[in-house]
Ligand binder design. Structure first.
Ligand SMILES: [Zn+2]
Length: 101
């Protein structure tokens, strides 16, 4: 029940991400910030609290790769992000909001 309530709460009041575009990956990353690195990567800290560094490839001719769209300063990333190691978190980032799967 508590888990269901938490999911509903997170759906109604999702955590929000800021976005920063850079040419190179920064030395330190801030939680709840998505870093768009040049035209080749997206990186951020895992939002589950495990503090793992996540880097997503955006190079078109490679696989796996992710796409992103920035609209009105808010980022959407697709497909969803699923960690296959560590915390195994699975989530979407849509219009700057975090949604757990
Ligand atoms: Zn995590």
């Amino acid at each position: 029940m508590r888990k269901l309530f938490k999911k509903l709460w997170e759906f109604l009041f999702p955590r929000k991400f800021k976005i920063i575009c850079l040419e190179e990956r920064p030395q330190t990353l801030t939680l709840d910030t998505i870093y768009i690195i040049g035209d080749w990567a997206i990186c951020f800290i895992c939002p589950c609290g495990c503090k793992a560094y996540i880097q997503l490839n955006t190079i078109p001719s490679t696989s796996p790769k992710w796409y992103y769209k920035i609209k009105l300063g808010k980022v959407s990333i697709f497909p969803s992000i699923r960690r296959t190691i560590g915390c195994r978190s699975h989530f979407w980032i849509t219009k700057g909001n975090l949604y757990w799967c």
